[in-house]
Design a protein around this ligand. Structure first.
Ligand code: ZN
Length: 104
């Protein structure tokens, strides 16, 4: 993705298209990732987790702590967790990893 931005294949606006909810989570409550944003000078990347599955709503549930993630993991059902790095300054967002979760 970053190479595509540099080459002009993907615009900055496309790369920094974080959903307003994602951006709000990154700005207000998400823990720092400990890395600088690759696209802007002032961004400290945050890590935002989302879980999709039964009773999580169509947009998934934002999960910001390990304790919260462990609670979901103990539920019955199959869930999918996504971890994204998000820049609260410019909206850069990128999927770090996704993995299945849940006691089902
Ligand atoms: Zn940024």
């Amino acid at each position: 993705m970053l190479a595509d931005v540099e080459a002009g294949v993907v615009s900055r606006a496309e790369a920094c298209d974080a959903h307003p909810d994602l951006l709000r989570a990154a700005r207000n409550a998400a823990p720092p990732l400990g890395r600088r944003c690759p696209l802007c000078p002032d961004g400290d990347l945050r890590i935002v987790g989302y879980v999709f599955g039964p009773r999580m709503g169509s947009g998934g549930k934002c999960v910001l702590s390990d304790a919260e993630l462990q609670r979901v993991a103990r539920r019955n059902g199959s869930f999918m967790a996504y971890e994204l790095e998000v820049c609260p300054e410019c909206g850069w967002n990128h999927l770090i990893r996704k993995y299945p979760l849940g006691a089902g």
